[in-house]
Design a protein. Structure first.
Length: 56
């Protein structure tokens, strides 16, 4: 039996960027499991220039 669950978006207290996912496509996850990491938009802006300098 195939089961599908809908993940409802929650309202975030801040704007941000998803920096990591803690699951693989098709993987079964449990209720309450941490699925993704979001860093605040301000922190993301500080991280991105450093990454750009390293690749230059």
């Amino acid at each position: 039996m195939k089961m599908t669950h809908v993940i409802n978006a929650i309202e975030s207290p801040f704007d941000g960027v998803v920096s990591a996912f803690f699951f693989e496509p098709g993987e079964l996850v449990s209720d309450g499991m941490l699925l993704a990491e979001v860093i605040a938009e301000v922190e993301a802006a500080e991280v991105e220039p450093a990454e750009a300098e390293e690749s230059a």
